[in-house]
Design a protein around this ligand. Structure first.
Ligand code: AKB
Length: 316
């Protein structure tokens, strides 16, 4: 993997992935693309609407890409508000990206999500291969995307790879429009106000992961020996599973005055309840030695420290 083009490079994952890959493979070997221009760029950048198949293909060709990482997508809560647009963007963008990969023989990565599961999926230790009948448009897109990636591998030999990400927590670029975003917001509000009102109800468990582990997982999966991969796409991966009261307790261990209360948002709560409590990531561990480094308290310590440093910067 040497010449990598990324779509959705200004998003929550994309913005940090670009920096990680530039460190690993060299600044000029990573082309960042997004529909909006970043305020600053550490290397090559091109504006790209993922619905524009021709421009996507031309940019990848001109850059001499050997890898395409397709990150542009609408998240669960936003997709639910505008399902037709979500279908067009999430599926149209993915189709254009897979076609670009097929025509140029690129290695390919795109993330699926715990959103690919639904209320009839086993909730605890959710197996890698199980029932997938999601009840959200995002989930429908993710299941279709997983199948499409499998199809491009089996029918066209495209080296497609992917993971099912849990909620991702980071202190760099805020997420937008996700159901798991509360687990990011809570840290910002803890530092800014010492209090958080959660839109997700007490007792609602979801899988989560700190961003450095998510980025390392992408690199490790893409570097893994393809011969050893049985699943290729949509590997379950997780680092921790918690409910709002557990993340609050973790913050309290560092900031004893922190408080939480609840004002549940029915739309996002319904989505959360349709997702697993905790997925089983043994296949990722067996096939490409996935291992997360951060547990809840390690993540909390790092998040609070980084956000406090940022605050000091803002204040000065
Ligand atoms: C969301 O909440 O929509 C995402 C996801 C779990 O895919 N963070």
């Amino acid at each position: 993997m040497k010449k990598i083009m990324i779509t959705g490079a200004c998003g929550q994952i994309g913005s940090e992935l670009v920096e990680k890959l530039r460190k690993e493979y060299g600044t000029d070997n990573v082309l960042a693309t997004d529909i909006r221009k970043p305020t600053s760029s550490s290397g090559p950048f091109e504006v790209l609407d993922v619905m524009d198949a021709e421009r996507m293909y031309e940019l990848a060709k001109q850059f001499g890409a050997d890898t395409l990482m397709h990150m542009a997508a609408l998240l669960s809560a936003t997709a639910e508000k505008n399902p037709v647009f979500a279908w067009n963007l999430n599926m149209g963008g993915l189709m254009n990206a897979l076609e670009t990969a097929r025509k140029l023989d690129l290695q390919f990565f795109t993330p699926s999500s715990i959103g690919a599961f639904g209320p009839t999926t086993p909730k605890d230790n959710t197996p890698q291969d199980t029932l997938q009948r999601p009840t959200t448009m995002y989930g429908v897109n993710k299941v279709a995307g997983e199948l499409l990636c499998d199809y491009y591998y089996t029918h066209f030999g495209v080296d497609t790879r992917g993971v099912r990400f849990p909620g991702l927590i980071s202190n760099v670029t805020p997420p937008g429009g996700g159901t798991t975003d509360y687990a990011v917001d809570i840290y910002y509000k803890a530092v800014e106000e010492g209090h958080y009102t959660s839109y997700i109800a007490e007792g609602t468990y979801m899988d989560m992961m700190y961003m450095p582990d998510a980025l390392q997982a992408i690199v490790d999966l893409m570097e893994a020996d393809g011969e050893k991969l049985i699943h290729r796409n949509a590997f379950n991966i997780t680092a921790m599973s918690f409910a709002p009261e557990h993340i609050a307790a973790s913050i309290k261990r560092v900031m004893p005055t922190f408080t939480i209360d609840y004002d549940v948002d029915v739309a996002r709560q319904t989505i959360a309840e349709s997702w697993p409590n905790k997925i089983d990531d043994q296949a990722a561990k067996d096939e490409w030695q996935f291992q997360a480094q951060y547990d809840l308290d390690a993540m909390t310590a790092d998040m609070l420290e980084k956000l406090r440093q940022k605050n000091i910067k803002h204040a000065s």
